[in-house]
Design a protein around this ligand. Structure first.
Ligand SMILES: [Mg+2]
Length: 371
């Protein structure tokens, strides 16, 4: 149940389907909803855990992509996740296979995907890339055109004493580059995914942000400025749900730790730029992606869009959608379970039991049709 003060503004869609009709320009007098588009979170909406794709999700994506024949043409959609650590093309191929629908290049936004446009100014400059397994985030950075992307293992290989708590494994030895960092002016640090070694990576980020001209092993004398090296993070989620039954610490928790250590050692606030949901940069990029998608399928990319964000996390998916002027659908298949009938602080346009009911509600809202 909803708290009464919120009851008037939040609609709940739980009904079973009364009838099935086709939203098809040939068989219905209802105009096609040209402005309608969807943005889906993945974890807790389309999937539960690493491998379990919800059957409702497959049906919804088949409907929207037009492959089940109920629509005369596709309704545009994309997936926006705070996950990452894998090059977009690889993740897109894996998700297409899992979800049973072919995703186009503009239909997936991982936490670091907006950096594809943002990092253009760093293409020729040396940067440090943090996070992910092995050198996966180096491959992400290179896929965005960064020609000189270095990772912590490269630095450890150069001078093991810079962090002598961790030895390189044989696997890391094989991909760590041989580089003389005393000659490399690092110009930015990109945290692109959860890091596997917080101690090492906090130390190396502190070293880089405090260095003179980005040269490791040096220190700037004037520490009351905002620094010469930009720090960018891709995901602010403090907690996330893995296959373990209790929430796990995410990249947001790493940033909190880094902020505390930076403050304690320099007396300064950590300067950084944040991407990922619920931040504006990610929603701006996602809306641009929807328009790129429309253009790629020969439709008008400049049409006004009514975007519905479907998510399970009020503080991330719903907060970001509301702030961006999108409609929002909060589902009960992930973080938000609504056990006490409470409406979250970031109130959605509607609460639905799952992604399929949410999408059907939105189509009904836009067209009056019950699918
Ligand atoms: Mg989620």
């Amino acid at each position: 149940m909803l708290r009464s003060s919120r009851r008037r503004t939040t609609e709940i869609f739980k009904s079973t389907l009364a009838s099935r009709r086709s939203l098809n320009s040939h068989s219905s007098s209802v105009p096609f909803p040209e402005k309608l588009a969807f943005a889906f979170d993945i974890d807790g909406v389309l999937k539960q855990g690493h491998h379990n794709v919800l059957p409702q999700a497959k049906r919804v994506l088949q409907l929207l992509s037009g492959s089940d024949g109920r629509l005369s043409k596709p309704i545009p959609f994309l997936l926006i996740t705070n996950g990452g650590g894998v090059p977009d093309e690889e993740r897109r191929a894996a998700l297409s296979s899992e979800l049973g629908v072919q995703l186009g290049p503009d239909q997936l936004v991982q936490s670091h995907t907006p950096l594809r446009d943002y990092v253009k100014k760093y293409q020729e400059k040396p940067v440090l890339v943090i996070g992910g397994a092995g050198e996966s985030c180096r491959r992400v950075a290179e896929s965005y055109g960064l020609k000189h992307a270095y990772i912590p293992q490269d630095i450890i290989k150069w001078r093991p004493a810079i962090w002598d708590r961790t030895q390189l494994t044989k696997g890391e030895e094989s991909f760590a580059k041989t580089v003389d960092f005393s000659q490399i002016p690092l110009s930015a640090v990109f945290v692109m995914h959860d890091t596997h070694d917080w101690g090492r990576d906090i130390m190396l980020i502190l070293d880089t942000l405090s260095a003179k001209d980005g040269i490791l092993g040096t220190r700037r004398e004037n520490r009351d400025d905002q620094g010469e090296v930009e720090l960018v993070l891709s995901n602010a989620d403090v907690e996330w749900r893995s296959d373990w039954p209790i929430s796990r610490l995410g990249q947001g928790a790493f940033r909190l730790s880094l902020e505390a250590v930076y403050k304690a050692t320099t007396g300064l606030q950590l300067p950084y730029k944040q991407f990922g949901k619920p931040f504006k940069a990610t929603y701006d990029f996602s809306e641009l992606s929807l328009r790129r998608y429309l253009s790629s399928v020969g439709r008008n990319p400049d049409v006004p869009l009514n975007v519905y964000m479907v998510g399970d996390n009020p503080a991330s998916d719903i907060a970001g959608a509301n702030a961006h002027g999108w409609s929002s659908i909060l589902v009960r298949t992930g973080v938000f379970r609504d056990p006490n009938g409470e409406v979250p602080e970031h109130e959605p346009t509607v609460i639905a039991d799952d992604v399929e009911k949410g999408v059907e509600w939105a189509i009904r809202r836009e067209t009056g049709l019950i699918l």
